[in-house]
Design a protein around this ligand. Structure first.
Ligand code: ACO
Length: 399
């Protein structure tokens, strides 16, 4: 095998690759994608089979430890996560310091940084026992932090987790239960959210995972690395697209503009307007996750007896775009974000929570990559090169 780093050092060769379109930053065993064929596999298992037959926590174990868990291992993992859901009471005051208008992505990323201050002795990236504990704490506490960010925006009291409930039901109850009214679980919604979380669990070296790895390569701990990943995810070209899709659909609906006219504006790149939820750096074919999400959207809305004009609008947009040469030539298809918002909306989540749900889903992938990187003896601190294009040397003026 060729050691590229030695080769480039010796030859002085530097590749300039904006957006890392052709540059691999690492080798990884976690996730396989074939963007031309629309294939996604976690640890070798096709996403379609996992979405159909598995659960979020089982897939989290698979991603983090490399194999499917036995029934006993999964039960112990689940039990351990349930026992770590409580937040330190003092940490709840953190939420009081923020305005109720705060974006929940900003709330959860800063809350994770704040969370690390409670575990300073144990946040070393090198101690396997502490890494294990941090893995459990993050999986247990991020959903609680996310639900509190939601409750804070509503001005409602925070509920304590009910650890008799499963992962997804506990989370839904923390979001939608109140002191006055108990949360009534709906198995269709529980299963739908579990599936959506599975679909988001990993996606190899996307921007947020690369961020987690880059931050982690400095030996920063998991809390700091995941908090940075959440910030990377918040951008509208990445996870923030699910929020942007619903805003786009609402804007089309409210403006009275026809879908065809909107698509024309996208094609003419008027004011930089894009078809949000379309296109992907890796998929040049239908995103396999988008297919599954679209089916789920139909199922959930049918079960809830909701007919949402936003779903019809999204389907009309997709139809027009898929038949249009602009999108065909550029091989632009719906990505995972195109239909998720319609489901989250039907579940009762406000638009600003959509990317937070993505973050909860992606957490096991971030953890798996951080751990893989730290266990790899080849890992070095991430430090891209640059081509300097600034001024040549010049003298500071005499005054
Ligand atoms: N709408 C309209 N045109 C688009 C879109 C879009 N959504 N996406 C790409 N294009 C066009 C570009 O303008 C460009 O056209 P050109 O050749 O005439 O200049 C061409 O398609 C290639 O696009 P790039 O921007 O070079 O593709 P890149 O791989 O860099 O970007 C990205 C991928 C960021 C996802 C892009 O498709 C996009 O902005 N999509 C909308 C935002 C979105 O949905 N993001 C979520 C991605 S999935 C995820 O993170 C979970």
């Amino acid at each position: 095998s060729i050691d590229i780093s030695t080769l480039t050092r010796k030859t002085g060769l530097t590749a300039l690759d904006y957006g890392f379109v052709n540059t691999a930053a690492t080798a990884s065993k976690v996730t396989y994608i074939d963007g031309d064929e629309g294939i996604l596999r976690y640890r070798g298992y096709p996403i379609e089979q996992l979405a159909e037959n598995s659960t979020f926590l089982e897939v989290a174990w698979l991603l983090i430890y490399g194999e499917l868990p036995s029934a006993d291992e999964l039960a112990a993992f689940d039990e351990r996560i349930r026992r770590h859901t409580l937040l330190h009471e003092d940490l709840k005051h953190f939420f009081s310091a923020l305005p109720h208008t705060a974006h929940p992505m900003a709330v959860i990323s800063s809350a994770l940084s704040a969370l690390s201050t409670y575990y300073e002795n144990g946040s070393s990236s090198n101690d396997p026992e502490q890494v294990e504990l941090t893995t459990i704490r993050l999986l247990a506490k991020l959903p609680v932090i996310a639900a509190y960010a939601h409750k804070k925006s509503l001005g409602q009291a925070f509920l304590y987790p009910d650890n008799r409930l499963g992962f997804v039901d506990n989370f839904l109850r923390l979001n939608f239960g109140t002191m006055a009214e108990p949360y009534e679980s709906n198995p269709v919604l529980t299963r739908a959210l579990d599936r959506l979380l599975i679909l988001h669990e990993d996606h190899e070296q996307n921007a947020s995972t690369s961020t987690v790895r880059l931050v982690g390569s400095t030996k920063a701990n998991l809390y700091a690395s995941v908090s940075a990943g959440i910030n990377a995810l918040s951008g509208p070209l990445h996870g923030g697209a699910n929020e942007a899709v619903l805003q786009m659909l609402a804007q089309i609906r409210d403006s009275g503009e026809s879908v065809q006219r909107f698509v024309e504006r996208v094609k003419n790149k008027e004011d930089g307007v894009k078809l949000m939820g379309f296109g992907h750096r890796v998929y040049k074919n239908y995103d396999p996750r988008a297919k599954l999400v679209k089916d789920s959207a139909d199922e959930v809305l049918k079960d809830l007896g909701i007919s949402d004009p936003m779903l019809d609008l999204a389907k009309e947009l997709e139809q027009i775009a898929l038949e249009d040469d602009y999108f065909k030539e550029r091989r632009l298809y719906p990505n995972v974000d195109f239909y998720t918002g319609v489901i989250y909306k039907a579940m009762g989540f406000p638009t600003r929570m959509f990317t937070v749900l993505f973050a909860i889903g992606r957490l096991p992938g971030w953890i798996a990559h951080w751990r893989e990187m730290n266990a790899d003896p080849q890992t070095k601190i991430g430090r891209p090169q640059q081509l300097y294009t600034g001024s040549a040397v010049r003298d500071f003026p005499r005054r």
